[in-house]
Design a binder for this molecule. Structure first.
Ligand code: GLU
Ligand code: MG
Length: 423
């Protein structure tokens, strides 16, 4: 049959889903400039599709402009359509960035860190998901058997990631039934967030071609362990040298890293509404599920909100400094990687600016226990409002409040089932 290659340009916005528009590949030169048309209310599309509330109404035009540096073109060589998309920025029609562009939110956070402290953040997203193409069998946690029975999904996914410009690190059968985890190599923050979006899309694209699904929902089943997204982060100085590790300092963290982490802990109740942004996110953040429940920074504890990760076979101080990093665990795939990482960096920058110290004693505060509770903490946080700007802050709160309301009557099992259909 005749066919013509198509290209898609996407943003990953408040819903945490990649959305945008497609066009024939031959139009690409023109589309690299003018992008694809978008509206303010497109930002307000709920995870389930409908726009339930919007400050933008039906008025206004924007464009998603592809970033030529973030092109994915993967031929799965199975006769299926070439997976060809760009990630891009939401711009005003004059080409300037829209104040609600999620990717630019992260870019602004990166710039603040650089302007204030001459530091850059390097990050890698570790993501968990269920793969429906493997049967559920007792004893499968981390099992070679489960690893084998995914029947080539892992190999195709790994090849797709590499072809998409993402460098795969690990792929494994995780603890839960049918649960897998993928890690990719660290990158500068903006690229790391782009790669998080691409990783999810490559997992979906691979599963789709195998007639299966991947489910990234934070809690696919109330009885089972959740799907976390963990953001591994380290600071590097202007010369690109590691700037997180300082032997002899509290937690062996450099002064900048201490303030950065203190800022993240300080703002965690509010930014939780951005990093764990769905009602099911709070079913994941429960005890005994290797997910955080309190706002703490702990060395080598997988229950911590901020975990100082181990170093492996680091024989020299240089190697130790290179490996030493912190992991933010209070996030999941209902969050846009741009908004989640942006919020974490802005919080860290605020910690550096204010010279916040790490807590030394006392019981750590509980993480918000529900999305409405997190949204109340967000609404009350003027600093976070400043990072987003008035329009984006208002849009975000409206979006998430109505989402929480719409599913408020569902039981945990119904809620999990509903979100598992989307994510
Ligand atoms: N599944 C756990 C979570 O929800 C994480 C397990 C792990 O440490 O990789 O975050
Ligand atoms: Mg894991």
């Amino acid at each position: 049959m005749i066919r013509e290659e198509l290209v898609f340009v996407a943003t990953c916005d408040i819903s945490g889903l990649a959305r945008g528009k497609g066009f024939p590949a031959r139009e690409l030169p023109a589309r690299l400039k003018k992008g694809v048309g978008w509206t303010g209310s497109n930002l307000m599309m709920s995870p389930f599709g409908p726009i339930w509330d919007t400050p933008f109404g039906t008025a206004g035009d924007f464009m998603i402009v592809p970033d030529p540096a973030v092109e994915v073109r993967v031929d799965f060589a199975d006769g299926s359509a070439i997976e060809h998309f760009f990630l891009g920025d939401i711009c005003n029609t004059d080409g300037t960035l829209w104040e609600c562009c999620p990717r630019d939110f992260l870019r602004r956070a990166i710039k603040e860190l650089d302007d204030l402290a001459s530091l850059k953040l390097v990050a890698a997203f570790e993501q968990e998901f269920l793969y429906t193409g493997v049967s559920d069998r007792p004893g499968d946690a981390y099992a070679l058997g489960a690893f084998r029975r995914q029947n080539g999904f892992g190999e195709i996914f790994t090849a797709a990631l590499r072809a998409a410009g993402v460098v795969p690190d690990t792929f494994l059968a995780e603890y839960g039934p049918r649960q897998f985890e993928v890690t990719v190599m660290p990158q500068p923050a903006l690229t790391a967030a782009d790669h998080a979006v691409i990783t999810r899309e490559m997992a979906r694209a691979t599963a789709n071609r195998l007639g299966q699904r991947v489910i990234f929902s934070p809690k696919p089943d109330p009885e089972l362990v959740g799907n976390g997204v963990h953001i591994h982060m380290s600071l590097v100085d202007a010369a690109g040298r590691p700037a997180t590790h300082a032997p002899g300092e509290p937690m062996e963290l450099s002064k900048s890293a201490q303030h950065f982490c203190a800022g993240v802990l300080h703002h965690m109740p509010a930014i939780c509404a951005i990093t764990a942004p769905s009602p099911v996110s709070y079913l994941r953040l429960t005890p005994n599920a290797w997910a955080p429940t309190v706002i703490d920074l702990v060395r080598q504890d997988r229950g911590a909100a901020l975990r100082i990760c181990p170093t492996f076979a680091a024989a020299t101080p240089t190697e130790m400094a290179r490996q030493f990093h912190v992991e933010f665990r209070a996030t999941d795939a209902a969050a846009s990687p741009y908004l989640a990482l942006g919020a974490v960096i802005f919080a860290g920058v605020d910690g550096i600016r204010r010279g916040l110290e790490l807590p030394t004693s006392g019981q750590p505060e509980q993480l918000p226990r529900s999305l409405p509770e997190a949204l109340d903490r967000l609404a009350a946080n003027k600093t976070v409002a400043g990072w987003l700007g008035p329009t984006h802050f208002d849009a975000y709160l409206r979006f998430k409040r109505v989402e929480a309301e719409k599913v408020a009557g569902l039981s945990p099992a119904e809620l999990c089932a509903r979100y598992a259909e989307v994510y």
